[in-house]
Design a protein around this ligand. Structure first.
Ligand code: ASP
Ligand code: MG
Length: 433
């Protein structure tokens, strides 16, 4: 059995869906279980429509819904029916005037609910026996709306009950990723980018070996689970961090393939990294990072300060990615700034708060880092003309991260790349082209 996951760009339009269905078709003998994301951009559109409606801007919200309807109905005419309900929901939202996590999940669920129906329909029209599984009946989660966690026992039982008979009968099973429901049937989502997680859960519950997670592209032929998890944060578009976990636990090999280059060998994620002549496997970066610095002389020798500080971020459900502390100040990086103003207000009692936005987090990842001295010196000397605002090294011995101003991103990446990859180990890397 294989699990094949197709991300938003792999199902963004008729041509992409066609291509992705052909990739499935070539592997029917391996009894594929297909997990799909919403059509590229659909989740963003749905959430934007919901937010607008809740602000009373029903006309704009409806316009987005109508555009989404056209995209979906072109691929599957019966999709139009779902939009009747969606527009009603948007109206209701404008009356209520708020957009809770619970309602966000309900609105966002239209994306995967529809893309999975579209994919199933396309496979059937290609002549395959395909069956649609409603993820809300198998992916059972807690009620942490916005980022729910699957209840593994129940999910395993449901998936087995609902998918196994079809798989035994040789049907291709198609399910939407990202969405699920609570035990009482309320729609939930696993958090943005969660379709990979859905796929990994299906893999971990139904498989004995060899899931393939089909999504993005890469020129690295092989990376370890650890390296992949470090990179996942940066390449969240390609691989959801949590994906790695169910697979690691079961020692199941995972492949990342590019649906636009179906013949490519992709990247294999292995349990252990094999020795590589390059010190680092990848340079990852993330733009749009915000650095928050809290300085307080009260912090000197005081205990409980960091706890109070992190509690603020916890309260606003904002995750902190990198932390550096000195005797009297703490700097933290965020990429989700939706609650930034409220966070800053809550931090003020702790000390002076400074916010620097439009920063870039650069990260060198590779399991050789831990054996190789002088990586920091080498990295910093290749970008000696660029200002480095914050550094983190050691917390994980396979990653070395630092912050630069966003305007320096390209120059820094190019210089680091030229330095670390002027020769590549052919065992681990596929030459570009
Ligand atoms: N469609 C969802 C999102 O855009 C989940 C996913 O694609 O993995 O976040
Ligand atoms: Mg994704």
């Amino acid at each position: 059995m294989i699990v094949m996951k197709f991300g938003g760009t792999s199902v963004e339009d008729a041509a992409a869906i066609e291509r992705s269905c052909s990739i499935v078709a070539e592997r029917v003998s391996r009894r594929p279980f297909v997990v799909v994301s919403a059509l590229g951009g659909a989740t963003n559109g749905l959430l934007e429509a919901g937010a607008l409606a809740a602000r009373g801007e029903v006309r704009k919200a409806t316009a987005i819904a109508n555009a989404l309807e056209r995209r979906h109905a072109e691929l599957l005419p019966s999709a139009a029916e779902h939009f009747v309900r969606l527009r009603e929901l948007l109206k209701a939202l404008s009356a209520i005037g708020e957009f809770s996590f619970r309602t966000q999940d309900l609105i966002a669920s239209y994306g995967e609910a529809l893309s999975s129906l579209i994919f199933t329909d396309r496979l059937k029209r290609m002549g395959f026996e395909a069956i649609h599984l409603d993820a809300r009946q198998c992916m059972i989660t807690d009620d942490n709306f916005g980022k729910a966690s699957p209840l593994m026992d129940r999910t395993t039982a449901r998936l087995e009950e609902m998918a196994s008979p079809h798989r035994c009968a040789g049907r291709v099973v198609v399910m939407g990723g990202y969405i699920g429901s609570t035990t009482s049937g309320t729609t939930t989502t696993l958090g943005r980018g969660g379709s990979d997680y859905s796929a990994a859960i299906v893999g971990a519950t139904l498989m004995t070996a060899d899931p393939r997670i089909v999504s993005g592209a890469s020129k690295v032929k092989e990376i370890s689970f650890d390296e992949a998890s470090e990179l996942a944060y940066f390449g969240a578009k390609v691989l959801h961090p949590l994906t790695v976990l169910p697979a690691v636990e079961k020692n199941i090999p995972v492949y990342i393939l590019n649906s636009k280059k179906p013949k490519g060998s992709g990247t294999r994620i292995t349990r252990e990294a094999r020795p590589c002549r390059n010190v680092i496997k990848s340079i990852a970066y993330k733009r749009g990072i915000t650095v928050v610095t809290v300085s307080s002389s009260r912090m000197l020798m005081a205990h409980g300060f960091l706890k109070a500080l992190f509690e603020v971020f916890d309260r606003h459900r904002t995750s902190v990615d990198m932390v550096a502390t000195s005797e009297v100040s703490v700097s933290l990086t965020l990429d989700n700034v939706s609650s930034l103003n409220a966070i800053v207000e809550d931090l003020r009692p702790l000390g002076d708060v400074e916010v620097a936005s439009t920063m870039t987090l650069i990260c060198l990842v590779g399991s050789n880092l831990k054996y190789t001295p002088g990586v920091a010196r080498r990295a910093f000397s290749s970008i000696s003309d660029i200002n480095i605002l914050m550094v983190s090294h050691g917390a994980s011995n396979i990653n070395f991260s630092f912050i630069v101003d966003e305007k320096d991103t390209d120059a820094a990446i190019q210089k680091l790349h030229a330095d670390f990859f002027h020769e590549i180990d052919p065992e681990v890397f596929e030459p570009p082209g």
